[in-house]
Design a protein around this ligand. Sequence first.
Ligand code: FAD
Length: 365
Amino acid sequence: MTASSPDVDVVVIGAGQAGLATGWALARQGFERGTGFVLLDGEDAPGGAWRHRWPSLTLGGTHRVHDLPGLGFAAGDDSTPAVESVPAYFADYERRFDLPVVRPVRVRAVRRTADGRFRVESDRGTWTARAVVNATGTWTRPFVPRYPGQELFRGRQLHPVEYRSAEEFRGQHVVVVGGGASATQLLGEISRVTSTTWVTRRPPVWRDGPFDEDAGRRAVAMVEEAVREGRRPGSVVGVTGLATSTPYVRDGLRRGVLDRLPMFDRITPDGVAWDGSDGEPGRFVRADVILWATGFRAAVGHLAPLGLREPGRGFRMDGTQVVGEPRLHLVGYGPSASTIGANRAGQAAARALRRELRPGVPLPR
Ligand code: FAD
């Protein structure tokens, strides 16, 4: 593929798990590779966000990377770094199904044209399309909240997207902020080489039982409700809680690493401070590093020209379709922001686009 293909039925933006699953499903629905659909991906090579996970994240430490449709993930054992095995799997997948991925292409803006199409503008040219599937994930939009005094802090502040190894922090006191899986996992490894303090806005919700299918369905239903109402989708962990059965959580609880403090009020040049209230004394913790494991936002800035986002919030969704725009689907967004959810959403979006763009055309055999 070259970057000169100007006019297609469907442009898929992003080729991580969500984009690849969508590409596979579009081919199954009879869209031709190249003229029927293309995938535009901002990365230099296959793998999506998995290319950038920290090196110590092994497959055993993930919440399971589900197979893409049509090809099983021959992953290796639990100690295999995800940053190696998942991109290799995606590369194999792209080849095997001959997916028309164009990269590196960073989409800057999606606009409507006068004749009701979409113009997809990128750093490598423009595509026009009858429909767009957005599958851009969240990794490129790390979220760090603002706290008073943050700019005065003399130590290092970072987000997990910049994290490489606990060794960088040996001998330094690290304050880890955030109540999700990344925070607990990174606390587990950093606390093995240095001292840590864990800070979360709300007390963590521990889940003792297994995360069975019912619990999964309930969690997804809650995020679905949020996006149906156009609220910004929260993380699925926020709904499911943190499993005490996970080895690094079990170990962190045993070593006292997961005793959390409430959120501090201010950042000082040398640490973080609580002012004290309701009979609670004030407190100061000296810090060399603040690790903001505070999550991500959906990477959807390029869709802003379409004017479909609820003010200051998310997209109002009906399944994978953006309400009011049957030719724009978001896959890997909200309830489908997991490897299994992305698979299902990609297939749902492809089916819907076939009905929308090619009504009455029989499926290829
Ligand atoms: P990504 O993998 O981020 O792919 C998006 C692609 O779009 C990227 O290639 C990106 O470069 C590209 N892109 C972005 N913007 C643009 C643009 N403007 N133009 C062109 N291309 C663009 N989920 C699980 O199910 N199991 C797990 O074990 C798990 N572990 C996780 C661990 C961490 C640390 C994190 C942060 C998340 C984890 N998740 C996990 C959630 C996980 O990210 C998703 O499940 C899934 O991998 C996301 O796939 P995606 O295709 O939506 O996004």
